[in-house]
Ligand binder design. Structure first.
Ligand code: PMP
Length: 360
């Protein structure tokens, strides 16, 4: 049987060992006689699973003690409104950096609650790079600064952490969290939907500095108030229990593989393999500025776009799935998250070479 490699941007490939363990534990978790899906979220078994998942996640990212980790729902989309609802306090304006479609969505949502200052934007260059700090026009009275550290659709990643003095820095890390070490202490809030590097869709993780909790605007729905979730240990309502369990298995696997420094090395090797091939070829190209090329999401185009459909059909026949670029940008996109082995990237490069040989 052809080996399958799934290049989906999310929900995305999960580590095979995690799926195998989940399968083995599906009907009877550790002799409890029950599946995790059937357990009370307040029972001692699940409470232990959630606590261990949080502890492992904290260890992986070296999260300082003055930060809470919240296991929420609603995806990163819910964070687009939760952030302004909780962080505005008595301020009127917020700073957003506009590097692509996901920043844009965050901006449009925040604009419902306050005045959004676009501190920098690469829209005029079709979002092919991320503006550097010297291009950012920050407002010192802003309630916070928001940016999207990896644009999943555009494939634009920022490998540096912005300096924003004492204004809280908020980052949407949905599509690169856990792919490399991060200095959490530089951030006020980090949020990420799970369905790329963490686990199944339905879980959203928020890392929030303690002093930013407890300032929600008075009209904030309870479900959108960080304090309510923090005070209730992420169990104000029924949490996505199975997603938390799978995330916990993913975290254990990352620790066993050497943690985020090891993941970073593996991700660099995969990205170099693919971008190296794109650069060496005049048949394919990457539209993204070299310093912002995402290690997670690699958009590329064929010189002759009339071959796109054939490329997708033949790659699919070779077991290379979900390579179609997002409908808003076209072309191709290979998402090569933590769980994509280098063999998958090599198989893609081999296919691309062969496709070029036949059709180039
Ligand atoms: N931000 C980024 C960077 C994303 O990649 C995505 C999902 N692809 C979202 C936000 C939205 O996430 P969700 O669909 O979980 O709300």
């Amino acid at each position: 049987m052809t080996h399958i490699y799934n290049f989906s941007a999310g929900p995305a490939v999960l580590p095979k060992e995690v799926l195998i363990q989940a399968r083995d534990e599906m009907l009877d978790w550790h002799g409890s006689g029950m599946s995790i899906m059937e357990m009370s979220h307040r029972g001692k078994e699940f409470m232990a699973i959630a606590a261990e998942a949080e502890a492992d996640f904290r260890e992986l990212l070296a999260i300082p003690a003055n930060y809470k980790v919240l296991f929420l729902q609603g995806g990163a989309h819910a964070q687009f409104s939760m952030v302004p609802l909780n962080l505005l306090r008595d301020k009127k304006t917020v700073d957003y950096v506009d590097t692509g479609i996901w920043s844009r969505k965050a901006i449009d949502e925040a604009a419902k609650y306050c005045q959004v200052n676009i501190a920098a934007s690469s829209a005029a260059d079709h979002y092919t790079y991320a503006p550097t700090q010297d291009e950012w026009q920050l407002n010192k009275n802003a309630a916070y600064v928001h940016y999207t550290s990896n644009e999943t659709i555009g494939g634009v990643e920022m490998f540096w952490t912005p300096e924003v003095s004492d204004v809280p820095l908020v980052a949407d890390m949905s599509s690169h969290i856990l792919s490399r070490p991060i200095d959490v202490s530089k951030f006020g809030i980090i949020y990420a939907g799970a369905q790329k590097n963490i686990g199944p869709a339905g879980l959203t993780i928020v890392i929030i500095r303690d002093d930013l909790i407890g300032h929600a605007s008075s009209y904030t729905p309870s479900m959108f108030d960080y304090k309510i979730h923090a005070d209730n240990g992420s169990m104000y309502n029924t949490p996505p229990t199975y997603g938390i369990y799978i995330a916990g298995l993913v975290f254990k696997g990352l620790k066993a593989k050497g943690g985020l420094a090891a993941m970073e090395q593996a991700n660099i090797a995969k990205a170099e393999l693919l971008y190296g091939y794109l650069d060496s070829s005049d048949f394919y190209s990457s539209p993204i500025a070299v310093e912002n090329r995402s290690r997670m999401n690699v958009p590329f185009t064929l010189k002759d776009a009339s071959l796109d459909e054939l490329f997708l059909k033949e790659s699919h026949q070779q077991g290379l799935l979900q390579l179609k670029g997002h409908k808003l940008v076209g072309g191709m996109r290979a998402s090569i998250y933590n769980a994509m082995p280098i063999e998958g990237v090599q198989a893609l490069v081999d296919f691309m070479q062969e496709f070029k040989r036949v059709h180039g």
